[in-house]
Design a protein around this ligand. Structure first.
Ligand code: NDP
Length: 445
C-alpha cells in the first residue's frame, strides 16, 4: 500500500477497533486504489479518502419484542448511512445472529462502490439486526419487524434512505416492515423499501436479480476468452435467494450446478440440482438442505466443510462472508476451476483472492458480480416513482444491459490502470472514481 493510503487504513483500524470485516473490506479497496491515486493524486487531497471511509451517519437502536410464549427479547438494530454522494442511501437489511456494527459497516462500505457501478444514482447504506428468524413463527417475525421499523422509520424515506432485503430478510419481512412504516407515517410511500410484493409496488425480476446477475457476469467474463457456461459444472454455496436464482440462470445458460448449502451442510447432486425441489424445500417449506436429500435419490449431504472440495469448472459462492478461504481456493484450482464469481458479499478471503489472481483465473468481486440485485431495486424505485410496472422481459432486459455495462466498465478501468483482466482493481477504480468525483463537486461535506 502507498504511504498515504496506509495511513488512512491505520486510522480506520484504530478508530473502529474489533471490526475485522470492516477493516478487511477497507483494506481490499484501498490496496487496489494504488494505481488510481498514483495517476490522479488529487483523489488523496482534501481528506477525501478519510471522508469516504467514515460513514455519514451510524444509527444503533434497541429492538424489544415479545415471543409467542410472552417472553421479552431485546435485539440490537443498525442502519449505517455510509455515503449519499450519488443518491439516497441504498442497501439491504440483514437479520442474522452474527450481525454487529463491523459487519454492517463492511457491507455498507462495499455498497457505496457497488451502487456507483450500477450507474443508477444511488448512495450506499446497510442495516440489520442480530435477530435470528430461524425457527420463529410468522407472528414473532412480524412483531420483531414492527418493533424494528418503529425506530427505523424516523431515519428512512424514498429520497433519504431506501432499505431492501439481505440474509434473513425476504418478501415476508419486507411486507411486515412496509406495513408498519405505512401505518406510522400514514403515507403509502412505495419507494421507501424495495423487494416488495408484486401486488404492492414490487418489481418483476427483483427476486431473481442478484443470482441472475452473478451468472450473467460470469458469462461475460468467459466471453472475453471466447468461452461460455455451456456444459460447465458449477459449485454453488448457499440455498437462499441468491443461490437459488444463480442456479436457475446457470441452468438456463446450459451449465450444470451440482452443489448448494446452508449452515447445516452442503449437498452434492451429480445429476444436476433439481431446482423445483430445492425451491419447494427452501422457499415454500423453509426447510433444511437435508430435506432435499431425503427426497432426491443420488444426492448426498456432507455435514463438514463447504462445497469447494467438489471438482467443478465454475464456483459461485452465494452464502456469506469469508466462506471460501485459501485452502478451498487451492483445492478449487487443483481441480481445474477457472471461474469464480461472487454472489455473496466478500465470500472469498484476501488469501483466496490472491491465489485466484496468481493463478490467472477469471475472478469477479461481489461488488461487481452481485450488483444486479441493487440495480433492480433501483429499477423498482423508478417504477414506483413513475407509478408504472414493467413486464418480466422488459425488467430482465434492463438487468442484462446493466450487468454487461458493469462488466465492461471493470474491464476498461483495469486496462486504464495497467492491469488488464484484474476485476478487483477494475471494480474498485470504476466505482471509487465516480463517487470521488461527485464528492469533490459537492465540496467538503
Ligand atoms: P438468504 O438469507 O436468502 O440465504 C442465505 C443462505 O446462506 C442460506 O442458505 C443460509 O443458510 C446461508 N448462510 C448464511 N450465513 C451462513 C453462515 N454463516 N454459514 C453457512 N451458511 C450460511 O440470503 P441471500 O441469498 O439474500 O444473501 C446471500 C449473500 O448474498 C449475502 O452475502 C448477501 O449479503 C449477498 N447479497 C444478497 C443480495 C440480495 O439481493 N438478496 C444482493 C447482493 C448481495 P441458513 O439458512 O442455514 O443460515
Amino acid at each position: 500500500m502507498q504511504d498515504v493510503v496506509e495511513k488512512v487504513y491505520e486510522q480506520v483500524v484504530a478508530r473502529n477497533r474489533g471490526e475485522a470485516e470492516f477493516h478487511q473490506a477497507v483494506r481490499e479497496v484501498l490496496e487496489s486504489l494504488g494505481p488510481v491515486i498514483g495517476k490522479h493524486p488529487h483523489y488523496a487531497e482534501d481528506g477525501l479518502l478519510e471522508r469516504i471511509v467514515e460513514p455519514e451517519r451510524q444509527i444503533m437502536f434497541r429492538v424489544p419484542w415479545v415471543d409467542d410464549a410472552g417472553q421479552v427479547h431485546v435485539n440490537r438494530g443498525f442502519r449505517i448511512e455510509f455515503n449519499s454522494a450519488l443518491g439516497p442511501y441504498k442497501g439491504g437489511l440483514r437479520f442474522h445472529p452474527s450481525v454487529n456494527a463491523g459487519i454492517i459497516k463492511f457491507l455498507g462500505f462495499e455498497q457505496i462502490f457497488k451502487n456507483a457501478l450500477t450507474g443508477q444514482g444511488i448512495g450506499g447504506g446497510k442495516g440489520g439486526s442480530d435477530f435470528d428468524p430461524h425457527g420463529r413463527s410468522d407472528a414473532e417475525v412480524m412483531r420483531f419487524c414492527q418493533s424494528f421499523m418503529t425506530e427505523l422509520s424516523r431515519h428512512i424515506g424514498p429520497s433519504t434512505d431506501v432499505p431492501a432485503g439481505d440474509i434473513g430478510v425476504g418478501g415476508r419481512e419486507i411486507g411486515y416492515l412496509f406495513g408498519q412504516y405505512k401505518r406510522l407515517r400514514n403515507s403509502y410511500d412505495a419507494g421507501v423499501l424495495t423487494g416488495k410484493g408484486l401486488a404492492w409496488g414490487g418489481s418483476l425480476v427483483r427476486t431473481e436479480a442478484t443470482g441472475y446477475g452473478t451468472v450473467l457476469f460470469a458469462q461475460s467474463m468467459l466471453a472475453t476468452k471466447g468461452d461460455s457456461l455451456e456444459g460447465k459444472k458449477v459449485a454453488v454455496s448457499g440455498a437462499g435467494n441468491v443461490a437459488i436464482y444463480a442456479i436457475e440462470k446457470a441452468q438456463q445458460l446450459g451449465a450444470k450446478p451440482i452443489t448448494f448449502s446452508d449452515s447445516s451442510g452442503y449437498v452434492v447432486d451429480e445429476a444436476g440440482v433439481d431446482l423445483e425441489l430445492l425451491k419447494q424445500v427452501k422457499e415454500v417449506e423453509r426447510g433444511r438442505v437435508a430435506d432435499y436429500v431425503s427426497r432426491r435419490p443420488g444426492a448426498r449431504l456432507v455435514t463438514e466443510g463447504r462445497p469447494w472440495a467438489v471438482p467443478v469448472d465454475v464456483a459461485l459462492p452465494c452464502a456469506t462472508q469469508n466462506e471460501l478461504d485459501a485452502d478451498s481456493a487451492t483445492t478449487l484450482l487443483r481441480n481445474g476451476c477457472a471461474v469464480v464469481a461472487e454472489g455473496a458479499n466478500m465470500p472469498c478471503t484476501p488469501e483466496a483472492i490472491e491465489a485466484f489472481q496468481a493463478a490467472g483465473i477469471l475472478y469477479a468481486p461481489g461488488k461487481a458480480s452481485n450488483a444486479g440485485g441493487v440495480a433492480t431495486s433501483a429499477l423498482e424505485m423508478e417504477q414506483n416513482a413513475g407509478r408504472t410496472r414493467w413486464d418480466f422481459a422488459t425488467a430482465e432486459a434492463k438487468l442484462t444491459g446493466i450487468m454487461a455495462d458493469i462488466h465492461d466498465s471493470c474491464v476498461e478501468a483495469a486496462e486504464t490502470y495497467g492491469r488488464p483482466g484484474d476485476y478487483v482493481l477494475g471494480a474498485n477504480a470504476a466505482g471509487f472514481t465516480q463517487v470521488a468525483d461527485v464528492m469533490i463537486a459537492h465540496g467538503i461535506v
